[in-house]
Design a binder for this molecule. Structure first.
Ligand code: FE2
Length: 422
């Protein structure tokens, strides 16, 4: 009897299975996971030693703006640190966009993320600029990177659908060009009425072109910014279910509790996904407060406790809104643990889920996501014991396996102690 030969065998890693960690081998063949067992017989073209470290499904970046990534300081730095100065700087910068410039920065950011275990990304593309350069560039990038990262693109009208007479046409053109989802920014429309109208328009476009929805919703400290209720009402009436996502929803943290609890009740009638971006919103929000100063991050813990699907995004990497960032999803999860006060053991694990499987649900890719026999071989190993340890240490991602191939490998830094033993 011949021993089987695989493309890859990942030996002896710690895998979370039905709530307990087991040490397993994983065999990969033709891009799929074909066996998971304590010890797999056979050989492989590539054998990787997981060093008894944690094996995880890849990270999911559910909210980023690749068109503005890596532009921090151009044409000037955001000195006030506010969302609105960021929008002004971006408006200046985007007059100079070229296809090559957007593509080069987007691919550089995706590589930076993929090397750190991110293999599924949802990016917004600003479609309130008349040449639609950012969208065209990201559509081309989506195709060019598809062999190693899955990219979804949201048509995002940064200046509002009704902020300029052309923008309504531009967002519909973006649907025709092939954007995966319709976006919006109702709290930045010129009036409350325009904001409500924009949400209705987003649902109309999503139904007409059969696309997902992901709206920048109430990203402001204004406790009167109440577009989430409009999104909820449209979601209930349209029966679009989990195809609808509300991003940011930072005003939810400023609502009075009487209103917030009523809204939570309405939200229970929907399957809306929520995306929080704690790295960015902890810095952008609260800027008009003296003290007490608000944290400006949506009610992540309460939404999670209510069973809502919450994922976390980076939002920005070195752009007009946030000059920092490396694309590391463990930094995002760690910030959520701190800002949302999710320090209980199950809460820390939940924050890890928010950058992995919850993101997969938001992106509607969960059927092909996860470490199971028969699924596409997308997985990472971390220099950590488990989810808690990964977040605590912002663990290095050692191996990144994408679509059955080893995509990246990183060695953890080694410290040699040179002092006395005491
Ligand atoms: Fe955003």
């Amino acid at each position: 009897m011949t021993t089987p030969t695989y493309d890859i065998i990942l030996r002896q890693g710690r895998l979370l299975r039905s709530d307990s960690i087991e040490t397993v081998d994983i065999a990969i063949q033709d891009g799929k996971i074909v066996a998971i067992a304590p010890q797999i017989e056979g050989t492989a073209k590539l054998e990787l030693d997981a060093h008894n470290q944690f094996i995880s499904p890849p990270f999911v970046e559910s909210h980023i703006h690749l068109d503005s990534a890596l532009t921090a300081g151009n044409p000037r730095w955001n000195q006030s640190g506010t969302l609105f100065e960021g929008i002004d700087i971006w408006r200046e910068y985007k007059q100079t966009l070229s296809l090559d410039n957007v593509k080069q920065r987007a691919i550089a950011t995706l590589k930076q993320q993929a090397a750190q275990g991110v293999l599924f990304v949802r990016s917004h593309a600003d479609v309130s600029e008349t040449s639609l350069t950012a969208l065209q560039a990201l559509l081309e990038v989506r195709e060019e990177v598809k062999d190693w990262v899955t990219l979804q693109i949201v048509a995002f009208p940064q200046d509002g659908i009704y902020g300029n007479p052309k923008n309504d046409e531009l967002i519909e053109e973006a649907m025709k060009m092939g954007a995966d989802a319709v976006g919006g920014i109702p709290h930045y429309e010129l009036t409350r009425e325009d904001g409500v109208r924009s949400v209705h328009r987003i649902f109309e476009l999503a139904e007409k072109y059969d696309r997902l929805i992901d709206i920048h919703c109430d990203e402001i400290d204004d406790d009167q910014s109440r577009f989430l209720e409009v999104v909820a009402a449209c979601a209930i009436r349209s029966e679009m279910g989990s195809r609808v996502t509300a991003s940011h929803t930072t005003a939810f943290a400023s609502y009075n509790n009487a209103y917030a609890f009523k809204l939570l009740g309405f939200l229970q009638r929907t399957q809306i996904n929520f995306i929080a971006n704690p790295l960015i919103n902890i810095t952008l929000q609260g800027r008009t407060d003296t003290y007490p100063k608000r944290r400006g991050v949506t009610r992540v813990k309460e939404l999670w406790q209510q069973g809502k699907n919450v994922s976390l995004g980076h939002d920005c990497v070195q752009d007009p809104w946030y000059s920092l960032g490396t694309g590391n999803m463990l930094e995002v999860a760690s910030m959520a643990v701190h800002v949302c006060q999710m320090t209980g053991t199950s809460e820390i694990d939940a924050c890890y889920e928010m950058v992995t499987q919850n993101g997969a649900k938001t992106l509607h890719i969960e059927n092909d996501y996860g470490i199971e026999v028969g699924k596409p071989a997308n997985l990472i190993t971390l220099d950590a014991d488990d989810r808690y340890d990964a977040i605590r240490r912002r663990a290095i991602v050692r191996f990144v396996i994408s679509q059955g191939k080893l995509l990246a490998e990183t060695q953890p830094p080694q410290t040699t102690w040179k002092g006395t033993s005491r």
